[in-house]
Write a protein of this length. Sequence first.
Length: 132
Amino acid sequence: QELYPDEIPQSTEQIIDPSTEEVCYYVSFSDGTYFVFNAAGEWTSIHFNSKELSSSIRTTYEDAIRQIEAETTSPIQALDKTLYGIAFELEDQRWLAYSTEDKKLLGKEMEHRPAAQPIFAGSGVCFCELFF
């Protein structure tokens, strides 16, 4: 499944997710978009720096996106896989829960912990978990 075709990664980092202590991979692109993949190569988190979702992501998650766009005008900034399906982060900092099994928007995600990502400061790399 190609979620970001025609784009070449700018960097790839192996990191340890502090909440699970599992190896994961942080893949960033020149436009600020980044993906986090687990050791099996499945995406766990996608963050966009642009206002438009790629057409492949829009097609893959068409039902969820249509329901979210019916509820709000705030653009989608991120997708995180969860136990129930997917959490969508909006530009206004809200997270909306979507059940992939029921194909239904569940509402506001109350306590979402986004995926781990490296934070680059100076010349070193610090691996941490972000909390919203």
